[in-house]
Design a protein around this ligand. Structure first.
Ligand SMILES: NC(=O)c1ccc[n+]([C@@H]2O[C@H](COP(=O)([O-])OP(=O)(O)OC[C@H]3O[C@@H](n4cnc5c(N)ncnc54)[C@H](O)[C@@H]3O)[C@@H](O)[C@H]2O)c1
Length: 350
């Protein structure tokens, strides 16, 4: 089994937990890179712990908490009781000033000792699903995971696993850490990256590009505060402009662009690219991508945890670059998508 503790029982956690249930007995397993990874099937992934700070989720079984407001991810599977009660963590900077109506905190509810809880849950990995901009909170949970002897998978654009400092801390503790900022199965970042790679490979000169994203879930509501967005912009932008290597980068503007409440968990992305082809003739691409935001990252996370457990079984320590490059926008080592797959296959066959 692969035992997971979830930190932040929001929409991504909802899709992940539903997905584990949904694919247990399904023959046709769409949405994964492989049915078995290092011998682990989807049904081998188990939730053993859950932490949040929203008073409406704390004390509930995680199977119920994932369908509790303000979560709005599509329900595609009933989840039976898991006997995992959501415990209260520490708030730190997890709740932005403009989010206090959306994330409701009751100061009278008692926080759990996070390190002791993660240890007693015997989790292989803690998955961090906090809101963008939770710089202090993510580092707090990363430290507590370390103290608990639990590996860390960071789905959010706070730079932990991609830094030498934290990778070394985890390596010294004999633990695996993977991140940062989950890259969805076929989302804005992946689409923009493969489009850019293809244009460059075919000798197109890219003059400028932008990527706008809108959505209606709490992730988008949280991201209207530009101050919380610095690392999200860095993560999303470097995922694309790192493809230019040492050559001059064109002007690029990428990021979350607006919160449209009635879209709920639907995310719409617009990519625009201006370039020049043979004879300096103009080429322009306008692309619209519409997806359900949270399910889009859940299959990748199920692949990532199986890869990470394989790495743990092999005795690997610290950040594992091929897993981070495959599943995350801001890995320690930047690679082209077409380099990632052969290396991933090699790793999975090792
Ligand atoms: N959907 C995707 O494809 C995708 C892609 C990349 C990154 N992400 C990132 O993953 C993260 C999670 O996304 P989401 O849509 O589930 O967000 P969400 O807003 O639905 O969930 C966040 C959860 O964290 C809880 N929380 C806030 N502060 C906390 C704290 N200090 N301790 C414990 N819990 C706390 C909230 O109560 C909420 O339940 C976001 O940062 C998002 O940007 C998502």
């Amino acid at each position: 089994m692969i035992k997971l503790a979830i930190i932040g029982v929001g929409n991504c956690a909802s899709s992940l937990i539903q997905g584990i249930e949904y694919y247990k007995d399904k023959k046709n397993k769409t949405g994964f890179i492989a049915e078995k990874i290092f011998g682990y099937e989807i049904g081998d992934v188990e939730i053993v712990g859950a932490i949040d700070i929203d008073q409406r989720k704390i004390g509930k079984d995680v199977s119920e908490a994932i369908f509790t407001d303000p979560n709005c991810a599509v329900k595609f599977c009933d989840v039976p009781k898991k006997n995992v009660e959501v415990m209260k963590g520490e708030v730190y900077d997890g709740v932005a000033k403009h989010m206090t109506d959306s994330f409701k905190v009751d100061d009278n509810q008692k926080s759990v000792d996070v390190a002791a809880y993660l240890k007693s849950a015997d989790a292989d990995f803690a998955i961090c699903y906090l809101p963008v901009g939770s710089e202090e909170a993510v580092r707090f949970y990363a430290q507590k995971s370390l103290e608990a002897g639990v590996g860390f998978i960071n789905a959010i654009p706070v730079f932990v696993c991609s830094t030498d400092e934290w990778s070394k801390k985890y390596a010294d503790a004999g633990l695996v850490c993977i991140g940062d900022d989950i890259k969805a199965q076929f989302g804005a970042t992946y689409t923009h990256r493969i489009l850019t790679e293809s244009l460059l490979k075919r000798g197109i000169a890219i003059d400028d590009m932008y990527q706008l994203n809108v959505g209606g879930n709490t992730d988008f509501e949280n991201m209207i505060d530009e101050e919380r967005l610095t690392n999200k912009r860095i993560s999303k932008t470097t995922a694309v402009d790192s493809l230019f290597g040492d050559t001059e980068k064109p002007p690029v503007r990428i990021g979350p662009s607006d919160y449209i409440p009635h879209l709920n968990d639907t995310k719409i992305c617009y990519i625009n690219i201006h370039g020049r082809q043979f004879g300096d003739q103009k080429i322009e691409i306008d692309l619209k991508l519409k997806v359900e935001d949270s399910p889009n990252s859940a299959g990748i996370m199920i692949d990532v945890v199986r890869l990470a457990k394989g790495a743990k079984d092999k005795g690997m320590k610290g950040e594992v670059s091929i897993i981070s490059s495959f599943g995350f926008k801001h890995p320690k080592v930047k690679m082209h998508e077409d380099q990632i797959y052969p290396q991933l296959q090699e790793f999975m066959n090792s």
